[in-house]
Design a protein around this ligand. Structure first.
Ligand code: AKG
Length: 261
């Protein structure tokens, strides 16, 4: 979370000349081609087969980076969830929608909201806040993510990008409030956007090492699971893409430590 807590269409690809290891798991029964002329499966039967077989994962691996990517929601369901998020999520306004950079206040270049379990608190822009109580659409996505990952989550940060001008700068989600060893599950709805990982030793004008950046296109209905130690060694960002005109909503599910009494 930038400044936070202190601070496939099966579309998937990586940046030019990248050499990081990426493997794809057999998509269960979907991977087996029938004998004879190829028939294009109907979308509905493909989606129900995915539900039965479980999602097909792409593994993204590099030095200190361990992520898995899949398209978790078929188009019809992703459209419905996106619409509900658009209608029901209540975003921060006022001081919480602004950020202090080098002594000057700026609007955060996206909208943000937090939801989570009762009794949790977190630090945001130096303030101790409580997330809003879960709403059904967020519980639905959270439970689906838990079902396929075997992980539980008690908190979600919602980021809404009205178009390709909205963005998030390079940061790591390495806050002290995060439960040690827990992954972060990033689920995207709406416009497909480029998402970059950059190694911490390869940042800035004079990096001490050259490690290739990794680009992942986060498609409508996709899940990117960022597992430790990814957030220790790699920064991530969602850069400006002026040609993107449509909105996007991203949910990062996290497990944060219970508030000390
Ligand atoms: O919108 C995204 O895909 C990135 C969100 C993010 O980096 C964060 O919540 O920390």
């Amino acid at each position: 979370m930038e400044r936070f807590l202190t601070k496939r269409t099966q579309a998937y690809c990586v940046g030019k000349g990248e050499h990081q290891e990426q493997t794809e798991e057999e998509p269960g029964t979907l991977g087996k081609e029938p004998a004879g002329p190829r028939k294009r499966p109907r979308r509905e039967s493909l989606e129900s087969a995915v539900l039965e077989a479980g999602p097909s994962w792409r593994h993204i691996r590099a030095e200190g980076l361990d992520c898995d990517y899949t398209v978790l929601f078929g188009k019809a369901e992703a459209d419905e969830i996106f619409q509900t998020l658009e209608e029901e999520v209540e975003y921060f306004t006022g001081a919480l929608a602004r950020v202090l950079v080098f002594g000057k206040w700026h609007d955060v270049p996206r909208k943000q909201a937090t939801y989570g379990d009762a009794g949790l608190t977190y630090t945001f822009s130096g303030l101790t806040l409580s997330p809003k109580p879960w709403i059904p659409v967020l519980e639905r996505v959270r439970d689906r993510v838990s079902g396929v990952t075997g992980q539980t989550f008690n908190f979600v940060l919602v980021n809404r990008y009205k178009d390709g001008c909205d963005h998030i700068g390079e940061h790591r989600d390495d806050e002290r409030e995060l439960a040690p060893g827990s992954p972060i599950a990033s689920v995207s709805f709406g416009a497909c956007r480029d998402f970059f990982f950059r190694h911490r030793e390869s940042r800035g004008k004079n990096p001490c090492r050259r490690v290739e950046a990794i680009r992942v296109q986060l498609a409508h209905g996709s899940l990117l699971l960022m597992k430790p130690p990814t957030n220790t060694h790699w920064y991530h960002s969602l850069p400006v893409r002026k040609k993107v005109l449509a909105p996007r909503v991203n949910l990062t599910f996290r497990k944060i430590l219970p508030t000390k009494k």
